[in-house]
Design a protein around this ligand. Structure first.
Ligand code: ZN
Length: 231
């Protein structure tokens, strides 16, 4: 028989001891109001964001991944994502074999806000803001969805929805992808770490776009026995 014991020690609690040498991490560090305001404008100020994809370059598995990613954000924020055709979209997903100068030519008016996303010296993704839509480019050579690809899609989606790099710098050493998908710090030694959207990311998006009104209604149903008189 093996015996398993659970006990708490100071060691278990140590990550939660506040370290005055570190600034607290807040949603303000990853909010980019320029990106947010522009997507709010593109989507017609109604929290409904229409998206499309360049189908011939995106595999079935990749489409499934994009849908799952959008559903995750749809569920926890006031945003509703709706699939549409290119001419009516606000976000367009485009897979490219390499992020090249040709991709760069897609850029237009909000030039200074374009994001060039480098991991391990390779440009792997880009979000660009044009006059009619934002485009999300991700580097992809196959039908498979890798962890890196999941990460790129979320990082670039984050930009289009109003998130920026932590304190303006993707490689800010105080942040890793355990804190926010908007960090470039994905490697610890040779290991690539993937966490998806973190709670900080979701809080920031909720701050910008509000809460999902449906989730809020379900959770706030009060049963008669739960009503407490407050005097
Ligand atoms: Zn970025």
């Amino acid at each position: 028989m093996s015996s398993v014991r659970f006990r708490y020690s100071a060691w278990d609690l140590s990550p939660f001891i506040l370290n005055p040498d570190h600034m607290q991490k807040t949603i303000n560090d990853i909010i980019s109001n320029d990106w947010f305001r522009y997507m709010d404008y593109l989507s017609g100020y109604d929290n409904v964001i229409h998206y499309s994809w360049k189908k011939k370059t995106i595999s079935r598995a990749e489409r499934k991944e994009i849908r799952a990613m959008l559903e995750e954000i749809d569920e926890v924020t006031g945003i509703t994502f709706k699939k549409t055709r290119k001419r009516d979209d606000d976000i367009r997903f485009i897979s490219v074999p390499e992020i090249t100068d040709d991709t760069l030519l897609e850029f237009s008016d909000l030039g200074h806000q374009n994001s060039t996303f480098l991991v391990d010296d390779a440009v792997v993704g880009r979000a660009s803001a044009g006059t009619k839509r934002m485009k999300i480019f991700f580097r992809d050579n196959d039908d498979h969805v890798s962890l890196l690809e999941k990460y790129i899609l979320r990082h670039e989606l984050g930009h289009t929805l109003g998130l920026g790099h932590p304190r303006g710098q993707g490689n800010d050493p105080d942040y890793t992808v355990a804190d926010t998908i908007m960090s470039y710090n994905v490697y610890q030694g040779p290991a690539f770490f993937y966490y998806g959207f973190t709670s900080l990311d979701k809080q920031a998006l909720q701050n910008l776009w509000g809460l999902n009104p449906e989730a809020y209604t379900v959770n706030s149903v009060i049963k008669p026995q739960d009503i407490v008189e407050i005097l």
